[in-house]
Ligand binder design. Structure first.
Ligand SMILES: *[C@@H]1O[C@H](CO)[C@@H](O)[C@H](O)[C@H]1NC(C)=O
Ligand SMILES: *[C@@H]1O[C@H](CO)[C@@H](O)[C@H](O)[C@H]1NC(C)=O
Ligand SMILES: *[C@@H]1O[C@H](CO)[C@@H](O)[C@H](O)[C@H]1NC(C)=O
Ligand SMILES: *[C@@H]1O[C@H](CO)[C@@H](O)[C@H](O)[C@H]1NC(C)=O
Length: 840
């Protein structure tokens, strides 16, 4: 262990990451306190019902810039400032299609212009230029309050703008950082600004403002009375200051290049602000069911025998598993879209075996391509000028896994289309229809160079410098992978992709994980905060490498990680090549039981996860939620990130402290709120801190009073075999004796749900009766068997002796020893449209 700690420190020391002071554009704008002198030139002011066009004049530089302001029906204001002579790089790809503009009510006065939409109002003051945004007549945001607006000429393309959120106490967002959910104050506070510059940063330091693998430039200013947000749509390196003051939060965004393109999320609630963001960048499409199951990965399973052996052992030891992953070593010399046939002599046979066990295969495909004559993929990319270029026009070449490599320029539509075509059923040799894709190293990671990435002056399509597109590079790869998989499966199967680098909008194509973490308690704990922050930044499908990627995991930590990981949206165990093998069946019986129980909890709740992902696509709510999202007026929730909610109904506080014999749990909400332990008869009320004793078997999880949860409790080796398994319906009443929930069912893999082929049920319990009915009457999935095996009711059940179904059949009820719940068992009731049950 000692040696490993030394290795860990050495790894840290190897990399140095730039701070604001190391980057001249940031140092100049942020540290030298430059004040802008831009004012709106009214002689060029024009507007119609949908937008305002104006000119901002910089008197110091004698330069003019174009300003446009518009709004959407969701009450989002968009403010764009560009250089008319040298238009800056913008990132329309991040947006989910063209925005639908709302009609504005515009009022012009001598020194200002007001734009109203719904309950939102933006007042533009001409000189000095400043925009004050109101919601419901209260000021929620001031843009250029501190006159930091920066936009200059050609040779100095950095841009900056400051924002003030009056009344905000807390700031959330701007992933990805190894930081708490609630952001620290950087200035004052002596901290560097949060950096967004996608970086391959293994075993990253915790609690810093350093950049990690992804960048989603959306920031929320939050308080117990309202939330507003700013989405800074820029893909260049960006630094963000967060200044928390007694009565407001201020922020400064500084980007190395690109356009100023700002969206104001007017809220007024956390939920509405987060949904406004989703209305811009789009929700994640519903994943296939298997993707929500348990994944097993390793760098790498080196041979076909090894991969098949892992599957067999999972089955021998009864661990549910849906997906096995192959890292870079399945390829021939790290040439993507090839196989090493020495190691994998019969890839199709292997996939048939995997398939016969009800599982899928994920293969890694990275963005760097080995420079090698005779490697057809490389030659085609080279001959068609599909690689990122040096300033002199030659292909950019540098070291990566295969040795000397070049990088696909996915911003070139033809390059992206060629790459997509490589996933074709007849292109990717010996790959069957059970395969999905992992995009790694796409920050992009480059070996042996500064900051482990491409120089800023290499050129993309249209001579766009890498500087301007750095943070969207991985995003463009996932876009192309997604269209490749769509075409591969002829639009019949929903693609599954995992990506390390990510940007605003990534959720439309891919899941993310927290990258190359370390087997430490700190890394376990930070994974909760990172995924919560991703969730409010649009990316719900997030998880961390269970066990930690690098470093040897202790037995205790590993068990806790399996337990906690089961309650994050993406659940994959993965480990680095030099670590000891750590498949769960290699451990003692006692540990195996804990791993198995943790994984089974995941599978019991797959119907819930699936329903929540459906509702995310439909309504935009994140799948996992900070406590402050669901209980915005509860001040105790503001900084909590060691517990979270799944949907609105499940509260999770995994044990993530070494040697813990108890945990301190906060139960959110007011004192009418009820929380039911998943393990025992205990129930708790809201607005309380409770210390709960724990053992190694404990995973503190609570159902919220007022919810109905549909679980599948039959033990299977994979979710593929659970399709027609029956449900157990759990009812947990609130203080008024009522409860409700939803359940979504479809074919689990195709897009037919978009043609109304699904069943979406509402479940309601009131006055001693349970009512299940279709919420969308027009939708129907006729093969969707929804069979109920058992109903468990946590309510005031006194005097109840039987359950009477709407077809007049009668079933006896039994009670738990303590009488906290009643149960109707041995049912075999198929629900199609409607079911009513009265407990009497
Ligand atoms: C292919 O796999 C074999 C067996 O694992 C290994 O020895 C060899 O180095 C691999 N070859 C390449 C080119 O990756
Ligand atoms: C597919 O794999 C087999 C070995 O299982 C190999 O003989 C064959 O050449 C491969 N096909 C292609 C197109 O590479
Ligand atoms: C996987 O199994 C299904 C159903 O059993 C079958 O239709 C499909 O062809 C199989 N695919 C592979 C690659 O074995
Ligand atoms: C159950 O819900 C459906 C749909 O809302 C409704 O039509 C039906 O009357 C309800 N049944 C009872 C007993 O409340």
């Amino acid at each position: 262990m000692k040696q490993l700690i030394i290795l860990f420190i050495v790894i840290h020391a190897v990399y140095t990451w730039n701070t604001c002071s190391d980057e001249s554009f940031c140092d100049r704008i942020r540290n030298q306190g430059i004040v802008s002198s831009l004012s709106l030139d009214t002689s060029f002011l024009s507007y119609n019902n949908y937008d305002v066009q104006a000119v901002l004049y910089n008197s110091d530089a004698d330069k003019s810039f174009t300003l446009s302001i518009s709004a959407t029906d969701a009450e989002i204001f968009r403010i764009r400032i560009d250089d008319p002579l040298n238009p800056r790089h913008s990132v329309p790809e991040a947006l989910d299609g063209e925005l639908e503009l709302a009609a504005l009510t515009i009022t012009e006065e001598v020194d200002r212009l007001s734009l109203a939409v719904g309950e939102s109002l933006a007042v533009v003051e001409f000189s000095p230029f400043k925009i004050t945004v109101y919601k419901n007549n209260e000021i929620i945001l001031i843009i250029n309050d501190r006159n930091k607006l920066t936009i200059n000429s050609e040779d100095d393309v950095a841009v900056a703008l400051d924002f003030t959120f009056p009344g905000a106490t807390t700031a959330y967002g701007i992933p990805e950082h190894a930081e708490g959910l609630s952001l620290q104050s950087t200035e004052p506070g002596g901290l560097d600004p949060y950096r967004m510059f996608n970086a391959d940063y293994p075993a990253y330091a915790i609690g810093t403002q350093e950049a990690l693998y992804g960048a989603v430039p959306v920031l929320y200013g939050h308080s117990t009375t309202r939330t507003a947000g700013v989405f800074w749509l820029n893909s260049a390196q960006t630094f963000v200051d967060v200044t928390k003051q007694a009565d407001q939060v201020q922020s400064l965004f500084v980007s190395e290049g690109g356009v100023i393109d700002v969206f104001v999320l007017t809220g007024p609630t956390f939920e509405s602000a987060a949904k406004q963001y989703i209305s811009l960048t789009g929700p994640a499409p519903l994943p296939q069911y298997f993707a929500l199951g348990h994944h097993q990965s390793r760098w790498s399973y080196l041979t076909q025998d090894e991969a098949e052996e892992v599957i067999r052992e999972f089955d021998n030891h009864d661990f549910p598993l849906d997906v096995i992953w192959l890292d870079i070593d399945y390829t021939d010399a790290f040439k993507y879209f090839t196989w090493n046939y020495t190691a994998f002599p019969d890839p199709v046979g292997m996939q048939e075996y995997i398939n016969s066990t009800g599982r899928k295969l994920v293969l890694i495909i990275d963005p760097h391509y080995k420079v090698e004559d005779g490697y057809t993929v490389y030659e085609t990319l080279r001959d068609n000028n599909y690689f990122v270029k040096n300033p002199d026009g030659s292909d950019y070449q540098a070291e990566c896994w295969p040795g000397l490599s070049s990088w696909i320029d996915y911003t070139n539509p033809e390059a992206a289309a060629y790459y997509s075509s490589l996933f074709g059923m007849d292109s990717f040799a010996n790959v069957t229809d059970i395969v999905y894709i992992w995009n790694d190293m796409n920050e992009p990671a480059v070996f042996d160079v500064d900051e482990k990435t491409m120089p800023k002056d290499v050129l993309h399509y249209g001579n766009v410098p890498h500087r301007d597109v750095h943070n969207m590079y991985g995003f463009t790869q996932t876009m192309a992978t997604y269209s490749g998989l769509l075409a591969r499966y002829d639009n019949t199967k929903r693609p599954f992709i995992l990506t390390r680098a990510h940007f605003a909008g990534t959720q439309r194509y891919s899941a993310v994980w927290t990258g190359d973490n370390y087997a430490s308690w700190e890394h376990l704990r930070i994974s909760f905060a990172i995924c919560l922050t991703q969730a409010i930044a649009g990316i719900s499908f997030c998880g961390a490498d269970v066990g930690g990627f690098t470093g040897e995991v202790t037995d205790e930590l590993f068990q806790r990680w399996y337990q906690a990981g089961a309650w994050l949206p993406f659940y994959r165990a993965h480990s680095e090549e030099t670590t000891e093998r750590r498949e769960p069946y290699l451990y003692s019986e006692e540990m195996q039981t804990r791993f198995r129980n943790a994984i089974r909890q995941r599978y019991y709740h797959l119907p819930l996860w699936y329903t929540l992902f459906y509702e995310h696509e439909r309504y935009g709510d994140p799948v996992i939620r900070p406590l402050s999202y669901v209980f915005p007026s509860d001040p105790n929730t503001l900084d909590i990130d060691n517990e979270w909610l799944i949907g609105n109904a499940v509260l999770v506080h995994p044990v993530a402290i070494e040697g813990a014999s108890e945990v301190d749990i906060y139960f959110p909400g007011d004192s009418n709120e009820l929380w039911y332990s998943i393990d025992n008869d205990e129930r708790y009320t809201g607005n309380e801190y409770v210390t709960i004793p724990v053992t190694m078997d404990s995973v503190p999880v609570f159902y919220r009073g007022g919810s109905i949860i549909a679980r599948k409790e039959t033990h299977r080796s994979s979710s593929a075999y659970m399709r027609s398994d029956p449900y157990t319906i759990y009812v947990f009443v609130d203080a008024t004796g009522e409860a409700s929930g939803t359940l979504y069912i479809d074919d689990y893999e195709s897009f037919e749900y978009r043609n109304n082929v699904y069943n979406y049920y509402g479940l309601k319990y009131a006055d001693g009766a349970l009512n299940i009915s279709k919420l969308d009457v027009a939708a129907d999935y006729s093969e969707g068997s929804f069979t109920i095996a058992e109903i468990v009711v946590y309510a005031q059940n006194e005097g109840v002796s039987r359950a009477v179904f709407d077809d007049s059949s009668i079933y006896p009820v039994s009670y738990s020893v303590s009488k906290t719940y009643l149960k109707v068992s041995d049912l075999n009731v198929a629900v199609r449209d409607l079911l009513d049950i009265t407990f009497e």
